[in-house]
Write a protein that binds this ligand. Sequence first.
Ligand SMILES: [Zn+2]
Length: 432
Amino acid sequence: MYWEGEKECINRDALKQLQLERLQSTLFRVYMNVPFYRKKFDEIGIDPDDFRSLEDLSKLPFTSKDDLRMSYPYGMFAVPLREVVRVQASSGTTGMPTAVGYTRNDIKNWSHLVARILMAGGVTQNDIVQIAFDYGLFTGALGLHYGAERLGASVIPISGGNTRRQVKIMQDFKTTALMCTPSYALSIADTLIETGINVNSLSLKYGLFGAEPWSEAMRQELEEKLKIIATDNYGLSEVMGPGVAGECLERKGLHINEDHFLVEVVDPETLEPLSAGETGELVITTLTKEAFPVIRFRTRDLTSLRTEPCPCRRTFVRMNKVMGRTDDMIKIKGMNVFPSQVEAVLFEIEGTEPHYQIIVDRKGAIDELTVLVEVSESIFFDQVKKQKDFIDLIKTRLSSELGISVEVKPVEKRTLERFEGKAKRAIDKRKL
Ligand SMILES: [Zn+2]
């Protein structure tokens, strides 16, 4: 099922033409209305009138998070504030926040694009949607909310946190679709088990998760524990919010709404464009945004593109699940380590809980990586020999996956922090 079938299954040649026309108009608007872009275009000699081919995309300047921060709050807006009907902000976890704005038309497009993603993930107007993202300046909750309403689903705007209440509402209101971060979905699943609630007594069918990287193993765990079909969706405040890309029920990559976003994957060091299948940093140019267009925005998210046709018949290219952010990447002993790699290994080992923390420290001149892992009681309290063998097994598997030696420390169940929003898995003591 499609929300906008004609657009989602558009012929690729027609799509390219549409993208070019929309890009030309975006370039013209940012040149006229955003001093930052006018200056950059003038510096490298780009005249929007001369821009004739998508092949020339790589000649355009990048936009970084820092560029947006420097222009905080309204410097990058391309319309006067009287045309802006909503202001949101990025979470600001890594420093100063970024403010973004929407015209009435931007909100309309945003709602449609989210409705597409929700329907691709199985949600229809018959569903009861529980939105367990925090409502507020962060775009996650409101973006999904408007999209789900546009679709005609019944929306429960419960916001994040208070897990027992989430479960109670789920039981009472017969929620069929849950939307939150995957790590919070796991907390909800654990609460079901702890409180002895049989998941079969719930009405859940779908989970639409996003806002942080998560592994295939995590998907399996969530699907089994919550008895749902779990899909991944992707978006970021600087570009729009949720609705940029989302998985169809094939669950083999996220279809990017390419009629509204032009994507590239580049090498994060050299910034050279990479081919389909190669992993690098995702770069996005908005094609229809009025209030807050961005040109070649560096998302810091690492992924690769899949161009082979999808059985669902949508023609938009897919991006693989984001494997991490360039910021989350831990550089240790010359290797790049992502929390998602640790997670995937732990899921495969019977007796570990998918709750873990990564600690990087420097002893003398040598960097050390330690992983704290929650283990089930039976293993924790068993004979010493058995416990040692078990820890050695985790060590060996992690070391071979990451390509460096890893220390493993078992901790008892429920001793590591639980997350109601985005999980923070790694502590880098070298930077403290
Ligand atoms: Zn598909």
